[in-house]
Design a protein around this ligand. Sequence first.
Ligand code: GTP
Ligand code: MG
Length: 208
Amino acid sequence: MHVRDARLLRAVYRLEHLPPPQFPEIAFAGRSNVGKSSLINAWVGRRNLAHTSATPGRTRGLFFYRVEFVHPPATLDLVDLPGYGHAARSHAERAGWKTLVEGFLERRPSLSAVAVLVDVRRGLRDEDRQLLEYLRTLGRPALVVATKTDTLRAAERHPTLERMRRELRDEHPFVPTSAERREGLDALSRTLLTLAGFTTQPPTDSRG
Ligand SMILES: Nc1nc2c(ncn2[C@@H]2O[C@H](COP(=O)(O)OP(=O)(O)OP(=O)(O)O)[C@@H](O)[C@H]2O)c(=O)[nH]1
Ligand SMILES: [Mg+2]
């Protein structure tokens, strides 16, 4: 997989400001600090495309990134969603998040799939399960991406990932990744490009 170009298309804080639907879109969702922005950067091979921070709740709006791949020839828009579960937010901010994110997830015609990111050290939390259930009711394809696998000790790695995989009961593709060590990115590419309708090869299981 080779990226020809990746750039910020638009930051959206109100539903009226969404860009016109043009290319297939993949949204990156998950708790604050789970590593959404870092994974987008690692995946497209641009260190500073999406803003990352050790301070949770950094990404506030919907950030649209347009990514052009050479192999396969494909243009995708990635949407970095604001994280949930950030306790320091005010009630008004959380209400604004809900309107913006739910409006987008419910009505966006060009949205192909939602990647729900889960920190391997914490596993699936109630909010992640609620989001997956909500996406199911909307009929939105979802995949689960485990992040920060580099934080697991070697002996923990297999049992931790198997536990997560079992909990998903084959209802969603599962892709373990580390943005830091650039692990799992090929499997992520295959899964995302397939869900966006671009694949040239069958999706492969990311086991192992
Ligand atoms: N060890 C490790 N740390 C990571 C990895 N990916 C991200 N981090 C760290 O996790 C923190 C949060 O990363 P972000 O990419 O900003 O997370 P986010 O989900 O975009 O956060 P919000 O925008 O606040 O919701 C940063 O301190 C990153 O350096 C990873 O693969 N391994
Ligand atoms: Mg972010």
